[in-house]
Design a binder for this molecule. Structure first.
Ligand code: CP
Ligand code: NVA
Length: 311
């Protein structure tokens, strides 16, 4: 590995600075409306996508992002690769770097992504870990930007588990001037180190346990599942703990008619969200899901440094 220079990776939203994140969002928006302008920067190249956990949106949107950049996605399931069992994350990343121009991975343990990034000679992208979901957060910002225009000064309320999705959302909000309030039941709050990191990025982040208080004045209400992948044995206890945190019509009415509803999906109607809300007029979830492709495409181009504008 003599002369090895680590390429840019995207393991968390704040791997981009505020200026870069804004440029990525602008590129995503531009290429969404003008697909002919999408750079063919992966022409003749491969991208390996490794999934240790189930995925629908992330796998399909990332594969299609790669296809529209001219590349060939190779998706691999955790059990066939045997991450950390058949072969170490480092050995897998070194080997895949020899075939592919990009590695994406959805892992159970975030440290596996860090291990891959420490040795990969191509960019590594986090496709969800126990700690974070940065590509989702870029799509979330894109959706809010399409709806509201400027993000600066808008307020988003995340109601639910202080999990991987809201951690990345908090950093994304901090970097784009979006205020965020997170409302969780006792014992399920966002980690204090995530809050501190968002503060250090210049963000305005509040934790308010009462969901009604949290949504007052919010422009967007966001939730995610109460039980994330890998926590299935806790689902009964979590269902009880989160009972007062469902996004329903009463909560949306507290925020007001101009507030929008977001969810990274998959959703459980009747648990974290009422059907009337996710299927109602204030819901942007399908636009948000579609934006996964546009957002991830712009992230990939940024990492490959191939944009004509040098985004
Ligand atoms: N939102 C999201 O990451 O969905 P998948 O788990 O289906 O990829
Ligand atoms: N928090 C969820 C997000 C799924 C996209 C999970 O980790 O399972």
């Amino acid at each position: 590995m003599t002369g090895f220079t680590s390429p840019a990776h995207f393991l968390e939203v704040d791997d981009f600075d505020a200026v870069t994140l804004k440029a990525v969002l602008s590129a995503a928006q531009e290429w969404k409306t003008n697909p002919l302008a999408v750079p063919r920067c992966l022409e003749g190249k491969g991208a390996a996508l490794l999934f240790e956990k189930p995925s629908t949106r992330t796998r399909v949107s990332t594969e299609m992002a790669i296809v529209t950049l001219g590349g060939h996605p190779v998706s691999l399931r955790g059990e066939e690769v045997g991450l950390g069992v058949r072969e170490s994350a480092r050995d897998i990343a070194k080997m895949l770097s020899g075939y592919c121009s990009l590695i994406g991975a959805r892992v159970k343990d975030h440290r596996e992504l860090e291990a891959m990034a420490s040795v990969a000679s191509v960019p590594v992208i986090n496709l969800l870990s126990d700690r974070s979901h940065p590509c989702q957060a870029v799509a979330d910002l894109l959706t809010l930007r399409e709806h509201f225009g400027e993000l600066d000064g808008r307020r988003i309320a995340f109601i639910g588990d202080g999990n991987n999705v809201v951690a990345s959302l908090a950093y994304a909000a901090a970097l784009s001037g979006l205020e965020i309030v997170v409302s969780s039941p006792s014992g399920y709050e966002l980690d204090s180190d995530v809050v501190a990191r968002a503060h250090n990025l210049g963000g305005t982040i509040e934790l308010i346990s009462d969901p009604y208080e949290a949504v007052a004045g919010a422009d967007a209400i966001y939730t995610d599942v109460w039980t994330s992948m890998g926590q299935e044995d806790q689902s009964d206890i979590r269902r009880a703990a989160f009972a007062g945190y469902q996004i329903n019509e009463a909560l949306m009415a507290t925020a007001g008619p101009k507030a929008v509803f977001l969810h990274c999906l998959p959703a459980h109607r009747g648990e974290e969200v009422a059907a009337e809300v996710i299927d109602g007029a204030q819901s942007l979830v399908w636009q948000q899901a579609e934006n996964r492709m546009h957002a991830t495409r712009a992230v990939i181009v940024q990492l490959l440094g191939e944009s004509s504008e040098g985004i």
